[in-house]
Design a binder for this molecule. Structure first.
Ligand code: GDP
Ligand code: MG
Length: 161
């Protein structure tokens, strides 16, 4: 069972990934330091073991690469993952890249769990409502840094697997 974390750069994918896999070593599949690297880690929750993929690794700062990266991440998610975790960032709000990814993910025939990250306090919780606008249902709100809300996401992942 495989869960892929997708989302634009800096939303906090690696922070959540590290929290999920804990101290366990991740396997890195890097292709010559390009945008292709991804990390695989094993985790378990409520007695269910699964693999998490941290997609990402941006080295070139151009919109063109971003667009390609979006397609590639979602491709991985569709091909390899049983469940997709789509991460967005409450600090920044909805961006064009979030929209582009959501447009693709709305058509994916696999469970998509939208996670609003950086909800570090209750004031930020109010801002998370805007993400309903991405058309992917009710978002989970988490602070990957502190770990708050991440248990609920793990529950949802295991339920969807
Ligand atoms: P990625 O590019 O999506 O893998 O994002 P990273 O995990 O590298 O995180 C990007 C930045 O956001 C880092 O500076 C993190 O410390 C920060 N970050 C991650 N999670 C949180 C969070 O829950 N709250 C806050 N305030 N910052 C976070
Ligand atoms: Mg990362």
């Amino acid at each position: 069972m495989i869960v892929a974390i997708v989302g634009r750069p800096n939303v906090g994918k690696s922070t959540l990934f590290n929290r999920m896999v804990g101290g366990r070593a991740a396997i890195v599949d890097a292709t010559e330091g390009t945008t292709r690297d991804r990390h695989y880690g094993k985790t378990d929750w409520n007695g269910r073991e699964f693999t998490v993929i941290d997609t990402g690794g941006f080295t070139v700062n151009s919109e063109d690469i971003f667009e390609k990266e979006i397609c590639r991440q979602v491709e991985i998610a569709i091909q390899e993952a049983d469940v997709v975790v789509f991460m967005v960032d409450v600090e920044v709000g909805i961006t064009d890249l979030d929209q582009a990814m959501a447009n693709i993910l709305r058509r994916v025939k696999k469970p998509v769990i939208m996670v609003v990250n950086k909800v570090d306090n209750s004031a930020r919780n109010l801002h998370s409502f805007e993400f309903y606008g991405l058309g992917l249902g009710e978002p989970f709100t988490v602070s990957s840094m502190s770990g708050s809300g991440t248990g609920e996401v793990m529950d949802a992942i295991v339920e969807a697997l």
